[in-house]
Ligand binder design. Structure first.
Ligand SMILES: C[S@@+](CC[C@H](N)C(=O)[O-])C[C@H]1O[C@@H](n2cnc3c(N)ncnc32)[C@H](O)[C@@H]1O
Length: 430
């Protein structure tokens, strides 16, 4: 799908008319439209609500409002019935054109991996090219954390500055590849700033089944004047087909005060009914922190935490399943896949040496991973348990029958909740 804005359509028309940018603005000025009026439609898919601006643009385009809406890729408001009653004719026009255009051949490139392990392969290059290496329906989970088009600094040759529609066009192209390679029931996770994922969600909901729009509560950037302070990333979660082939429930500790150990929110009074493995994870993740400390960082920028990737991968795959990440970055997805015994496929356009290095020296990730599992699938992590005991507060052990040992309870709870417990993880750690 191509994505256009009113600005793109005006620029395109100027090209057809042979107008330079200066001439284009001079013509628009005659229609009482200044540069600022037009630039307002550069970064959004909407059409002008101001009649004068709209009419001026339509005059320059020599177009009706209906035609402009069609050019923007949508059925003009109020014309849905006409459109639906004429789908045969519309399909005929499209199909005639399609039969003229020959299907492009997609030869599989001969590219050697930059790095291989027993579980995975990392390729250095552009993801759109590298996706050609991946057969249809061969991947269990795709996790993607692309550049956000914020003009951030990346490695040489990697750009993070595109036009609004250029970025969305590119976004939809690689997303189509993600969908193609997913197995039926496979999961797709896309991490981005909310702005881009609103467009993506509309696109994805026509192709996959929506599961969750996960809010990752984390501040990014600085407060912006006249706007709300952006404090969440969006993690869209979709599946191919009716339902996920794998969904392992993830559990997190009850939120407690770090000073006294008391519950922060009311648990509803059913303390004896609470699962000793923790509370079910919701679609708001407030316990994921940015990788800022230089001792934990593998790359200068935009590295996600092991905890986030562990959650996504443990939730949507089992041992031996295949995870693909088209934007490797520092290699967090691959490092976690290795620790969880998942197979993986990775792409990265920039420096792959950092990833290779990280995967060869697993010690740092193993430590981070152990830290994650100190808290995972526990109602109260050990330290919190101690604090609560000291302050005379209840802990889950208080409600266990004498015959049920801690291990037995954990095993039962893990069985109920899907998978992994920490003991198993210790065994699979390499
Ligand atoms: C936001 S970072 C990913 C960070 C990663 N999730 C991590 O935890 O380290 C995006 C990465 O995508 C890479 N990239 C950008 N465009 C690409 C492309 N067309 N194909 C492959 N990788 C690309 C960038 O070099 C950057 O390392």
């Amino acid at each position: 799908m191509r994505f256009f804005t009113v600005f793109d359509i005006v620029k395109n028309k100027a090209g057809q008319l042979g107008h330079t940018e200066e001439e284009m603005y001079a013509y628009l000025k005659k229609e009482k439209i200044n540069k600022k009026n037009l630039l307002a439609y550069q970064d959004s898919g909407i059409i002008p609500t101001d009649e004068k601006v709209l009419n001026g643009i339509l005059n320059y385009l020599d177009m009706s409002k209906v035609e402009l809406e069609l050019k923007l890729g949508r059925i003009p408001a109020g014309f849905e019935d006409v459109f639906l009653n004429n789908t045969k004719e519309i399909a005929k026009i499209l199909e005639e054109r399609n039969s003229v255009q020959q299907e492009e051949q997609n030869p599989i490139p001969e590219i050697q991996p930059y790095y291989s392990s027993d579980l995975g392969k990392l390729y250095n290059g552009d993801c759109l090219e590298l996706f050609k290496l991946v057969p249809n329906e061969s991947v269990d989970t795709v996790f993607a954390d692309p550049p956000f088009n914020l003009d951030k600094e990346y490695d040489e040759g990697v750009s993070d500055k595109n036009s609004f529609s250029g970025y969305l066009d590119w976004y939809f192209k690689w997303i189509d590849e993600c969908i193609r390679v997913l197995k039926p029931g496979g999961s797709l996770f896309i991490y981005n700033i909310p702005k881009w994922n609103t467009y993506l969600s509309e696109y994805l909901s026509r192709k996959l089944n929506f599961r969750n729009s996960i809010t990752v509560d984390m501040k990014f950037g600085l407060p912006i004047q006249n706007r709300l302070y952006p404090a969440n990333y969006s993690l869209l979660y979709y599946v191919k087909g009716d339902k996920p082939k794998t969904f392992n429930v993830q559990r997190i500790p009850l939120q407690t005060c770090p000073h006294c150990g008391r519950e922060i929110k009311d648990y509803g009074g059913y303390k004896n009914k609470m699962n000793p493995n923790g509370v079910t994870l919701s679609d708001v993740w407030s316990d994921i922190y940015p990788v800022r400390h230089s001792s934990s960082k593998n790359r200068k920028f935009n590295e996600l935490s092991v905890k986030l990737l562990d959650r996504v991968i443990s939730m949507s795959t089992n041992e031996g399943d295949v995870v693909l990440d088209p934007f490797g970055g520092s290699g967090t997805t691959f490092a976690v896949s290795e620790l969880l015994d998942r197979k993986w496929i990775g792409f990265e356009l920039g420096n792959c040496e950092i990833i290779k290095d990280r995967l060869e020296k697993k010690e740092k990730d193993r430590k981070l991973f152990e830290k994650v599992y100190e808290e995972k699938n526990k109602l109260f992590p050990d330290k919190v348990k101690e604090l609560r005991k000291k302050n005379g507060l209840w802990i889950d052990d208080d409600f266990r029958s004498d015959s049920e040992t801690e291990q037995e309870t954990n095993k039962k709870a893990n069985k109920r909740s899907g998978k992994i417990n920490y003991d198993q993880i210790q065994l699979t750690l390499k």
